[in-house]
Design a protein around this ligand. Structure first.
Ligand SMILES: [Zn+2]
Length: 221
């Protein structure tokens, strides 16, 4: 009877053992976020703590504040760069760029990373596959909506004031390992230098998260 005993879970509640019989997926209640996803998200949150310190717990901006920052050019537009960068715009769902804007410094960081990626890619004569950017600036309203819809999103994020972006690497991981290796190396080098915080979020959203360290003044490469 090993199969049957496996299906019975004993839980001790207030000194009484209660047997719960698991009768399969038909009766199983599906949680909004799986346990594995939750644990991966907790690890990501822990790694993002350094960013909260760098930016002294700065709050995410609401949509109106972002519009103001754009008009004052505190946030600047980031465009596609042929053969190097493609911005994946949001179509209203959870993924994609809501505002294709970053601070001038973070825009410079993104372009510097892309340039270095291109130099190393071309030196190895690899195919001209570009970096796919799936997140830049996001407003507080959007973040709240994501949380309400059950997506793992931090309460506060450097995405909320234009100091972070995500590079989606799903395609590289599946099809182009040399390209994947290059972008990992480039980001790991910047991370070691203290220029960025780099979080591998591939378990959650297929992306590598990059946030600029405002205290770093040295060269990128
Ligand atoms: Zn991110």
């Amino acid at each position: 009877m090993p199969a049957l005993t496996k299906a019975v879970a004993l839980t001790k509640t207030k000194g009484v053992f209660i047997a719960r019989v698991h009768t399969g997926p038909r009766h199983a209640q599906k949680p909004a976020i799986s346990a594995a996803r939750k644990s991966a998200f907790q690890k990501i949150l822990a790694k993002a703590r350094v960013e909260r310190a760098w930016y002294q717990d700065r709050q995410m901006m609401a949509s109106q504040a972002i519009q103001n920052a754009i008009s004052k050019r505190q946030l600047v537009k980031v465009d596609d760069v042929a053969g190097l960068v493609r911005i994946v715009h949001s179509t209203g769902g959870p993924s994609g760029v809501q505002y294709p804007y970053l601070t001038p410094e973070s825009r410079g960081l993104l372009l510097g990373i892309a340039r270095e990626f291109g130099i190393r890619r071309d030196a190895l004569k690899l195919g001209k596959f570009f970096l796919s950017i799936t997140s830049m600036t996001r407003d507080a309203e959007r973040q709240e909506a994501l949380r309400n819809e059950g997506y793992p999103a931090a309460r506060q994020s450097t995405h909320g004031f234009g100091e972070a972006f995500d590079i989606n690497v799903k395609f590289f991981r599946r099809n182009r390992h040399p390209h994947y290796r290059i972008i990992l190396d480039v980001l790991a080098e910047l991370h070691r230098k203290g220029a960025i915080n780099f979080i591998d979020e591939t378990a959650i959203n297929g992306a590598l998260h990059v946030a600029r360290n405002p205290n770093y003044k040295g060269p990128l490469f």
